[in-house]
Design a protein around this ligand. Sequence first.
Ligand code: CUA
Length: 311
Amino acid sequence: MNDFRLFPQRASTASHQVDSLYIFLCTVTAFFTLLIFALIVYFAFKYRRKNAVAPLPVPTNYRLELLWTIIPLLIAMVIFFWGARVFVYIYRPPRDALDIHVIGKQWMWKLQHPAGRREINELHVPIGQPVRLIVASQDVIHSFYVPAFRIKQDAIPGRYAIIWFEADRVGEYHLFCAEYCGTEHSKMIGRVVVMEPQKYQEWLAGTPAEESPAASGQKLFSSLGCIACHGEKAPSMAGIFGQRHRMSDDTVVQVDEHYLRESILDSTARVVAGYQPIMPSFRGRVTEEQLSELIAYIKSLRDPTSLKKTD
Ligand code: CUA
């Protein structure tokens, strides 16, 4: 794999932005450190105590005081707005991103491609394609960290965290767990393989076909009995993903992964207006993986006619 290096490789669009800001911060810090040290030495000589001289009066110099207040303020503002821009970039996935579910558990990473391919401790992605990661944990807090992409996202039990990247350099990169999660935390490592789109398609096709998460989710939707109510006593799932719905408490909710997760586990937390809070909670009855499959199924129902009863 990669040799040890002081600075990780840059392999994503975000990595260049993060590094520019980082280098700017280091330069500003180094400049002022040197300036202040030089001035300390210079002033120590210039204003050293001489024999039999009364202390110098301290003159008031408003211009100087304004200058050393305003210049640092401007520099701090540059850092703030630049940092905010990079932050927003990293946490706002573009719409055409490929959704990949990431589940951390003691002590491995499980990854699920939308086309059905599952991976453990390895993630294959095409170059130049935004990839949106929906990160969850099955047990304790883990942290999905790819230094070459300059992304690190905690996997927190009980919720989804979302982050994205677009790889821009073919190669193999380290994947770490960056949060101490128990005895074998240090073994919770893997690799991310960035491939040419053509190679990625071959890789996807080159393995025995696995069921897509949406197909597994559809089976669960029947076997868990969801299908008995949804569409009749409960809202239909057809095409709801991405829509905005009014809740019984008059708030408006955007149907996304977070809302679907909550509605399955804490089913009565936010109920669509016009329906009764009668759905049982599925907390403890579905695993993180099943949860992501159910959500993949609901996402696949963009076409309202595609929800058919199966037995
Ligand atoms: Cu998982 Cu450290």
